[in-house]
Write a protein that binds this ligand. Structure first.
Ligand code: ADP
Ligand code: MG
Length: 231
């Protein structure tokens, strides 16, 4: 089977105003399989967000190959990339980025409304409720984000990322705004969902206490990605 995410010799450079080049990602190669929860650690400015943006087809690499669910992104146009993001990628950000005027249930359903076949069916509603219930949010379906705790909001963000049944979920410091207990709940959910849905989840984190939940750990230093062998 194809890998969920594959990067082969991927480099991303940015040009500064003074014509200096910043190498944000330096010849990174990695294969992430379905069912793996992977952590990326590294200091600020080391290239973590660049790695996630390239993996999620939000940013094109300067050179190298990126494949999501076996699909090589290189020859896709902007519209195809945007379709691929809707179909195959889920994003979870540091602040949950929920829409203030939508209830928990509608945070998920709006994704369907924005897609090509934008009609929400009864099946969609049942599916959204099932995911939210697995994440312990059944009592929050009708609540607006302002009435949710930080941990609940991040769990809604996880549910939203799962709703379109993506191949990979990319999480940029999903626990950074949470206390330890809430952060643990969120990472436990990510772990459970990787296993039960066989998705690949890549999580950037600063919190070493979350690493024990992860199947593999990579560090990035000055754009260089290295796998840290545990056990
Ligand atoms: N759009 C951009 N233009 C120029 N430089 C950038 C841009 N985005 C990121 N960088 C630089 O690339 C490097 C890696 O950034 P980033 O991937 O955001 O790191 P991290 O997420 O680990 O903090 C940093 O030196 C950052 O300043
Ligand atoms: Mg970052």
């Amino acid at each position: 089977m194809e890998a969920a995410l594959e990067l082969i010799n991927v480099t991303k450079t940015y040009s500064e105003a003074n014509n200096e080049q910043i190498i944000a990602l330096n010849n990174a190669s990695v294969t992430i399989n379905y069912g793996e929860l992977v952590a990326i650690v590294g200091p600020s400015g080391s290239g973590k967000s660049t790695f996630l943006s390239i993996s999620g087809a939000l940013l094109r690499p300067t050179c190298g190959t990126v494949k999501v669910g076996g699909i090589d992104l290189e020859n896709l146009g902007d519209n195809q990339l945007s379709d691929l993001r809707l179909d195959k990628v889920g994003f979870i950000l540091q602040s949950s980025n929920l829409i203030p005027y939508l209830t928990t249930l509608n945070q998920l359903l709006i994704i369907k409304q924005m897609s090509k076949c934008g009609k929400v069916t009864n099946n969609d509603i049942q599916y959204a409720k099932k995911i939210l219930s697995e994440l312990g949010l059944s009592a929050q379906l009708k609540k607006y984000p302002a009435k949710l705790s930080g941990g609940q909001k991040q769990r809604v963000a996880i549910a939203r990322a799962l709703f379109n049944n993506p191949d990979i979920i990319l999480a940029d410091e999903p626990t950074a705004s949470l206390d330890f207990e809430k952060a643990t709940e969120v990472v436990e959910q990510l772990k459970k969902q990787t296993q039960s849905t066989k998705k690949a989840i890549v999580m950037v984190t600063h919190d070493e206490r979350m690493l024990s939940y992860c199947d593999r750990i990579f560090s990035i230093t000055d754009g260089t990605l290295t796998e840290i062998t545990t056990s």
